[in-house]
Design a binder for this molecule. Structure first.
Ligand code: NAP
Length: 256
């Protein structure tokens, strides 16, 4: 199917939709015809993304919503709100909400570890579980859920013990979910971005980033839209025989 209409009449939930990769995913899915729920911890940034979405294809209706993915109550409220608004659960989901709180292992405080695990790993679990439960409950014939891991979950990174652990967990979570949910027609896949230009990487010292850039075979950092392209493929029927996969979007960094 032509990419411009590939997601026509599908409903998509994108968390972390207010910034960076999540925002690019919202734009890409909307441009392919999906109705998009832009969910973020910040109402302001979610609304800003909403305002930038193309909505001129038949039957589209987007909305912005606040969610804290680390809170079960908040995720539950979001799903209820979506189902009240659209009379259906989202059959496509990209969970891009995530944070970093970097520090060397020897200095890392317990709450820095806990918070990153809560948002990145527990948040992925809560969103994935809530979407899957809603889909199974309504007997939806198919769904596709994409989690956002990181190449750091595979190879580690200095200063990111908490983040690396959370992202390795996201991959493990996604594979198990793929095994359990395949009998309901729900696919689950993980994207592993390398170093992508977003507000998250803007926080990394320039010296570290230029070292990283020098290691990338394609010679540059990635753009959020380049991750969004892969997410769009993974939620679409073009990837209908792919589940439990982790797809690296790294410009070749750490290809092994
Ligand atoms: P970003 O620009 O900081 O976007 C992340 C978004 O998630 C922000 O809008 C953030 O809001 C939101 N968020 C944070 N905590 C949340 C919560 N508890 N509930 C709901 N939303 C929350 O970062 P990004 O680079 O686009 O990252 C997107 C995803 O890609 C993350 O999972 C990240 O770990 C992953 N990733 C990024 C890279 C990279 O190089 N950029 C590489 C590998 C993986 P606030 O800004 O208000 O906190």
């Amino acid at each position: 199917m032509a990419a411009a209409t590939r997601l026509m009449s599908r409903l998509a939930l994108v968390t972390g939709g207010g910034s960076g990769i999540g925002r690019a995913v919202c734009q890409r899915l909307a441009s392919e015809g999906a109705s998009v729920v832009v969910a973020d911890i910040s109402q302001e940034s979610a609304s800003e993304t909403l305002g930038r979405l193309p909505g001129d294809l038949r039957g589209q209706g987007h909305m912005a919503a606040v969610v804290d993915v680390s809170s079960k109550e908040s995720v539950k409220k979001l799903l209820t709100r979506i189902q009240t608004h659209y009379f259906q659960p989202p059959s496509l989901c990209v969970n891009a909400a995530g944070i970093t709180q970097d520090d060397f292992l020897l200095n890392m405080a317990e709450d820095q570890f806990d918070r990153v695990l809560q948002v990145n790993l527990k948040g992925s679990f809560l969103v994935l579980q809530a979407v899957a439960q809603a889909l199974v409950a309504c007997g939806a014939p198919k769904g596709s859920i994409v989690t956002v891991g990181s190449i750091v979950g595979k190879v580690g990174n200095i200063g990111q013990a908490n983040y690396g652990a959370s992202k390795a967990g996201v991959e493990g979570l996604t594979r198990t979910a793929a095994k359990e949910l395949s009998r309901f027609g729900i696919r689950c896949n993980c994207v592993l971005p390398g170093f992508i230009s977003t507000p998250m990487t803007d926080k990394v010292p320039e010296k570290v980033m230029s070292k990283m850039k020098s290691l990338v075979p394609l010679g540059r950092m990635g753009e959020p839209a380049e991750v969004a392209d892969v997410c769009a493929f993974l939620v679409s029927d073009d990837s209908r025989y792919i589940t439990g996969a982790s797809v690296e979007v790294t410009g070749g960094l750490f290809m092994g």
